[in-house]
Design a protein around this ligand. Sequence first.
Ligand code: FAD
Ligand code: DLZ
Ligand code: SF4
Length: 512
Amino acid sequence: CRSLVLVLGDQLSLDLSSLKRADPAHDRVLMVEVMAEATYVRHHKKKIAFLFSAMRHFAEELKEAGWTVDYVKLDDPANSGSFKGEVKRACERLRPQRMVVTEPGEWRILEDMRSWSDAFSLPVEILTDTRFFSTVADFRAWADGRKQLRMEYFYREMRRSTGLLMEGDKPAGGKWNYDADNRKPAQPDLFMPEPKRFKPDAITQEVLDLVASRFSGHIGDLEPFWFAVTRKDAEEACEQFLADMLADFGTYQDAMLSGRKFLFHSVLSAYLNAGLLDAKVLCGKVEEAWKADKVPLNAAEGFIRQILGWREYVRGIYWLKMPDYVDSNALGADRPLPDFYWTGQTRMRCLSEAIGQTLEEAYAHHIQRLMVTGNFALLAGVRPTEVHEWYLMVYADAYEWVEAPNTIGMSQFADGGLLSSKPYVSSGNYIDRMSDYCGACSYDVKQKTGPKACPFNALYWDFLDRNKEVLKGNPRLGQPYASWHRMGPEKQQLLKESAADFLKRLFEGEEV
Ligand code: FAD
Ligand code: DLZ
Ligand code: SF4
């Protein structure tokens, strides 16, 4: 063939820049299921099944569009197990004149790709990923010379440059951000909508059998498997979100409820990140729904900010700061990840809910990730790299470009405040306000010290005290530090002893 186009597992879009550069009449697409990608962290079974099935369906879509696809399945006896090995075999088989790829979402793969030209003696063209609103270079230019890289300012630039939710040069409704309207706890409601579930077809069933036999040691439940694995089904899930959930998305964005795994979240991240849905199209539809008066502005703005703002911003940060970013540890946290992150077995209700549903669905919503599992790991002083690997492994939407800044930066404050101006830590009070978890917990959220007290309470103060050298000058922490000082040495001592006792029991393997 003339050009060999390698399409990665999270590049499942017909509009991909590498496919646009090639010609179905002369060129060949290569897609490979490789052990190295499935095991560099031991991904959740559901995540692997989702991706392999979506890849196999995309190969069919490509064939229907006239492409010739070389698809290497995981159990192909000749499969060498890595991208580089499979590219080598394909070069020997097809003798291409050149290779075309769209830039990958992870640093380690980009490094690998950069070695292919020499290794296989052919030109390898690495193209910009045009699925995003901004490019890596755009972000670099925005960041250049700025002291602070705050998402809010980047987001405003993006609103201006795309024109999304703009009225001339002013933000729609007069404000850039409607977050103040978006902090309501939710009430249990029998009629709450649920994300659309899809029945596995024959292709998915074959993948489920493969994952069950080859990845039985990986965490998570493989079944029931209900993710969309085709563009058509992902679009259907998207339409259902727009019709049934978007209107309430903003208002209940930060809420948590027992047994309600999805609330009014879209559950579209895995589809977006793999390429089954297009972020630009999705934001356009959300804007349209607001213009047609189907959803309020706080919902449309809240949702668009997550994608046009946060999603683009974290990607920019990732490529700006890699490769060192994932090793950041500004607070010098050095404890291991507690065992219950792998089992969900803890008496802390908030954590058993968040981790339990993560193991079942490879999904938890943002506030569960940030204010439950992330908050606890930060308060307990867990090594950021261990927290990072956990998040990368357990969520169906996790790729390093999006997961690492969210974990290392937003959630663990390991980058020392590059991404967020203060650590996202809270005592049990926040969780109690935003959820119904505490009522059914064996700990008492109102008690501050002692064996019955909610562990988040003493851990919160212990965290502030432990890290005071790094954090005490942070203006956003002035108030909590002032409260800590007002308590006086006796109360401080009790809180510190309570935290120490809890951490001792936790790391000695007692069920806490
Ligand atoms: P919704 O709440 O419906 O939000 C809509 C969309 O906005 C999402 O689908 C997503 O594409 C985007 N979005 C929202 N918040 C963020 C954010 N902070 N960063 C980037 N995009 C965002 N998101 C991932 O896609 N992959 C990850 O690996 C990932 N890891 C995370 C780790 C931690 C510690 C934290 C705190 C957050 C992480 N997020 C990650 C961001 C966010 O939690 C998920 O995007 C969201 O929960 C996905 O569910 P949803 O599709 O229902 O989102
Ligand atoms: C996550 C993943 C997994 C589990 N398996 C594959 C695979 O077998 N083949 C493939 O092309 N991609 C896979 N991926 C996704 C890649 O790891 C992904 O392209 C990078 O994480 C970059 O974002
Ligand atoms: Fe979580 Fe504490 Fe509430 Fe229990 S009491 S659910 S541990 S915040």
